[in-house]
Ligand binder design. Structure first.
Ligand code: ZN
Length: 357
């Protein structure tokens, strides 16, 4: 079972891609324009790490609403520390299980978003001749689970002329209304200007959720968790995307929630999970090209699939072409959430009881 999404939307005046200090992320990209590649040195870009983090937060919040859904110490606090070393566990007086199956049973965060547990044990390397350390022996254990969800970067799209694409740094000021003359210098220093960069752009990203991997341990002989819990997590994994499409996907939401509008939201799912990721919105005709790829892959692998597209400003000819490719499997929806609902229903995930067996 697989769910994929391609998003295109306007995110105006935001610093979503501010990951550290006062610097906004920019990346070089190669667009495909008029049949040839076109290199652009810098466009605003929101990292896949940031998008994945917001999906994680949404997933935890959705999971917290169900009393039976278990969450570990850090995930419950929306902190993506998967998994802390034993010294940190000891400090917080918590204990994580040792096996992948137990770790994913205990927390939807570790299950869906994966983890890396690298424990350095203090046995040390054995000294060889001349005192060198032998690598790979006595250096602790590593247990890794790959994330079930994958994210591209959100990239500024080429539809806007370069001259409009810029990052503006604004000097905000913190004022103190009354500073007595005998106040220590530190009080005066609290009143200060601080710079914040903002960008406006048409952004696009894609993501893949490998729903079949959820609740299955790959290092414990494919043991699976309770089937109802698994279903509920699969459903919440899809719902966590639905909370991202209005621009709640990055830093500084308190000060600069983006002036956002989704332009196109392409959703697809298949039962066997053989459909590919959609084409990223930085490429021309990505909706048509994604439709072709998904149809082709579903035919090749004999996979049952559905596509839902929210695209209120789409050209009628493009709409017709997509309908010709996908026939009944695709529906254009009037609001993106309807599309999510249809996909959840197609995957038979809507009736998830909270009960564990
Ligand atoms: Zn967790």
């Amino acid at each position: 079972m697989r769910f994929v999404i391609a998003y295109e939307g306007l995110l105006n005046v935001s610093s979503l891609n501010l990951e550290r200090a006062a610097e906004i992320r920019k990346m070089p990209v190669i667009y495909w324009e008029n049949g040839r590649p076109n290199f652009i040195p810098e466009v605003p870009a929101i990292s896949g790490v940031m998008l994945k983090h917001w999906h994680f937060r949404n997933l935890v919040e959705l999971s917290r609403e169900r009393e039976n859904e278990s969450l570990c110490f850090f995930c419950r606090q929306l902190q993506a520390i998967r998994i802390p070393p034993k010294s940190v566990q000891k400090y917080y007086e918590i204990q994580y299980c040792e096996k992948e199956i137990d770790l994913i049973k205990n927390c939807v965060g570790e299950d869906v978003h994966g983890f890396l547990w690298a424990e350095k044990e203090k046995t040390g390397g054995e000294g060889g001749e001349k005192g060198e350390k032998k690598k790979g022996r006595g250096e602790g254990r590593t247990l890794r689970r790959e994330s079930c969800v994958w994210f591209s970067w959100a990239i500024g799209l080429p539809l806007i002329s370069e001259e409009y694409r810029r990052i503006v740094v604004v000097q905000h000021t913190r004022n103190i209304s009354n500073i007595p003359p005998d106040a220590p210098e530190e009080v005066r220093q609290l009143q200060m200007p601080y710079p914040r960069p903002y960008a406006s752009d048409l952004f696009g990203f894609i993501s893949v959720a490998n729903l079949s991997r959820i609740g299955v341990s790959y290092t414990d002989n494919l043991q699976a968790i309770d089937s109802n819990v698994r279903k509920r997590r699969q459903k919440n994994t899809i719902l966590a995307y639905a909370r991202m499409i209005q621009g709640e996907v990055g830093a500084n939401l308190a000060r600069s929630l983006p002036a956002s509008i989704p332009i196109k939201v392409f959703l697809a799912a298949s039962k066997k999970g053989m459909i590919p990721a959609p084409v990223h919105p930085i490429y021309p005709n990505y909706l048509i090209e994604s439709a072709k790829l998904i149809k082709g892959a579903a035919d090749l692998f004999g996979d049952e699939y559905r596509v839902r597209i929210y695209a209120p400003y789409i050209d009628e000819n493009v709409k017709k072409e997509i309908t010709n490719i996908l026939n009944d499997a695709a529906v254009f929806v009037d609001d993106p959430y309807r599309g999510f609902k249809d996909i959840i229903s197609f995957l038979e995930l809507e009736e998830c009881t909270g009960k564990q067996q």
